[in-house]
Design a protein around this ligand. Sequence first.
Ligand SMILES: Nc1ncnc2c1ncn2[C@@H]1O[C@H](COP(=O)(O)OP(=O)(O)OP(=O)(O)O)[C@@H](O)[C@H]1O
Ligand SMILES: [Mg+2]
Length: 294
Amino acid sequence: MSERTLPPGVIGLHALPSDHHDGPWDSMIVPAGTKERLLGTALLVLRQGRLLSGLSGAPHGLIMLAGPPGTGKTTLAQGLAQAAARKMAPRGATTLVEVDPHAFPSDMLGESQRAVSRLFLDTLPEIAARRPHTVVVIDEVEALAVRRSSASFETNPVDVHRATDAVLSGLDQLRAQCPNLVLVATTNFIDAVDEAVLSRADLVMNTTLPDEDVIEQIVASSLTELAEQWTGLMPLAQDADLRAELAKGLRGLDGRRVRKAILGALTVRTEVALDPNRLTADDLRRATQLDYLG
Ligand SMILES: Nc1ncnc2c1ncn2[C@@H]1O[C@H](COP(=O)(O)OP(=O)(O)OP(=O)(O)O)[C@@H](O)[C@H]1O
Ligand SMILES: [Mg+2]
């Protein structure tokens, strides 16, 4: 398997650490201790997984990030891979594997079950054998590990249940085969994820909508990023009163929409779109008024 031809169910393979994967982790503004705990959970398994595998409560190497859309789950999952890879770099490189949870068809009986088993029992161990460390990101895991207790047999094909069974046995066998592999799964719908899969998570972390203080920091981060490209924006990026005012208007939005609102200020006037150095505080005020954002 070369990194150019991706195996079934895999949508990305990256060798880490890599400079162009820096950034997202640092750009995430989360409660104190959040990144440390995520990194600690990943590093314990990457570094000590083999030794811990003999314990009765051995880790599954599974981290679950759950929360509303736009609260940074995917960014944290991918950023965690890079942050962990940086720490592990003295002992060798890390592969980041991105799994496509929608790649497992359920229209043919038994097909998705077989595909899921192949992923956990063949594909992932094969990839993991290539570099000393491996972090697998499964975005939107509820598509793969459907909660069996609420998936009715009438509306969901038997195959859905079988696929979840395959995820469970896949997780157990993967843990036995690759005790230092880390899986980071994300979901918008924690209630749709199978309980037995959740029970195997070493850490379930909830991402939440940002409060006004966090919004203000996201505004600052977004403006600073823009000012790195267009230095004329530096005074706006450094204006603390303006940031606080904008944050008030953005209350209730998720982090993604906060960043989009700031970017949207470049589109309020066409001359600003053509030359972002012309952005004014009023453009920002207009773009961050909620009636404007819909
Ligand atoms: N707390 C935050 N601090 C800084 N940036 C944030 C925060 N929350 C979200 N963002 C920004 O919002 C954007 C979207 O984040 P991301 O795609 O990771 O969200 P998500 O939770 O995976 O959403 P979805 O459930 O829709 O997939 C990113 O650019 C990210 O930087
Ligand atoms: Mg996401």
